[in-house]
Write a protein that binds this ligand. Structure first.
Ligand SMILES: NC(=O)c1ccc[n+]([C@@H]2O[C@H](COP(=O)([O-])OP(=O)(O)OC[C@H]3O[C@@H](n4cnc5c(N)ncnc54)[C@H](O)[C@@H]3O)[C@@H](O)[C@H]2O)c1
Length: 333
């Protein structure tokens, strides 16, 4: 297979991780664009990247095969559109954007140019979530009827700079809904189908130095299924539990315990499927490999542009629901 040339746009926190993880696949030659000159030089030096550019115009003088858009969310669509016009495949960080502006046009260019475009909802690369989803799709527990997501972590521990990055403002993709809950909403849609309508409550409770919400609750309907999602970004335990209750059993994803488990009707014990703890980069390396497979035509992307757009609509509906204190139909109709 041909080695792909990959351009990482923005090498802040997640961009640097993508750079390292695409390198780790051994299938890609990596370049980078970063508008912060000091960061550009430091990261280029750290990973031995000889082609590094101060802006997209210079990078596009020598177009790559693939680009990873890892800048703040409000810049994703304009950057992705320029890249698509140049015939470059796209892996775009979550959330896809902060509004639907320009996405129609991006989709038409992607379709016309026959490009692979994906959104980097990385939970879809988790081997345990993949296994649980397959069991649900195979109807091992019957029809899914309820989804319950409960999660939290101490965000400042993982992102000490949270006050001064995109996180501090909804306009740049900040707040718990667009930053973290969006991962859960996307995973929930992947497991049991799209969210049709929802009601949300959210507030700033704990995190110092910001006023965006750090705690969020959503009730949703996904077809006939009832769902609830609760998340905070301040609790000390770093835990995530996704339970799918089905007609003839229940399935539960618990990545902090390195397992997924299931219980069938009339049983009283869980059956566990466990794995060794994952390194933090592992899911991103899996995501990078899956994206390269998609570019080579071997598989569909883990999360398509359409699925990323659906979750963006859910984010926007959740924000609107908090503001209006009312149920919202996803997509606004
Ligand atoms: N999937 C995940 O687990 C995950 C984790 C963190 C962040 N993210 C997402 O990734 C995106 C970036 O987040 P981050 O935490 O890396 O932010 P960050 O602020 O650490 O990094 C963004 C970088 O982009 C650079 N940049 C901005 N505009 C640019 C442009 N036009 N051209 C080139 N570089 C530019 C900035 O200088 C900065 O270095 C956000 O959408 C965020 O939601 C995803």
């Amino acid at each position: 297979m041909k080695r792909q040339t990959i351009l990482i746009i923005g090498v802040g926190s997640i961009g640097e991780r993508h750079l390292r993880c695409f390198q780790a696949t051994g299938r890609a030659d990596v370049r980078l664009v970063e508008i912060n000159p000091e960061l550009r030089r430091t990261v280029a030096e750290r990973y031995g990247v000889s082609k590094h550019y101060p802006d997209l115009d210079s990078a596009l003088q020598e177009p790559p095969d693939v680009a990873v858009v890892a800048t703040p969310a409000q810049t994703h669509i304009p950057i992705a559109t320029r890249l698509a016009e140049a015939g470059i495949h796209l892996l775009i960080e979550k959330p896809l954007s902060t509004s639907e502006a320009g996405i129609d046009r991006l989709q038409s260019i992607v379709n016309a140019q026959k490009l692979v475009a994906a959104v980097a909802y990385v939970h879809r690369a988790h081997p345990l979530l993949q296994a649980m989803r397959q069991a649900i799709l195979d109807q091992r527990f019957g029809r899914p009827v309820e989804l319950i997501v409960v999660t939290g972590q101490n965000f400042p521990t993982y992102r000490p700079a949270y006050r001064s990055i995109y996180y501090n403002d909804h306009a740049t993709g900040g707040g718990a809904i667009q930053d973290a809950l969006t991962h859960m909403l996307n995973a929930g849609e992947w497991l049991v189908g799209p969210i049709d309508r929802l009601v949300a409550d959210a507030a700033h409770q704990v995190l110092e130095g910001v006023d965006v919400e750090d705690t969020a609750h959503v009730l949703a309907r996904q077809g006939r299924l009832l769902a609830s999602y609760s998340l905070n970004q301040h609790q000390w335990p770093n835990e995530l539990t996704i339970t799918v209750v089905c007609e003839h059993g229940a399935a539960r994803f618990e990545p902090h315990a390195h397992r997924w488990r299931w219980m069938l009707a009339k049983e009283e014990t869980w059956h566990d499927e466990s794995i060794a703890p994952l390194e933090r980069d592992t899911l991103f390396i899996t995501q990078a490999s899956a994206f390269l497979d998609a570019v080579e035509g071997q598989r569909a992307p883990l999360c398509s542009l359409d699925e990323g757009l659906q979750t963006l609509r859910v984010n926007l509906a959740a924000l609107a629901s908090v503001k209006t204190q009312s149920w919202q139909t996803v997509g606004g109709s």
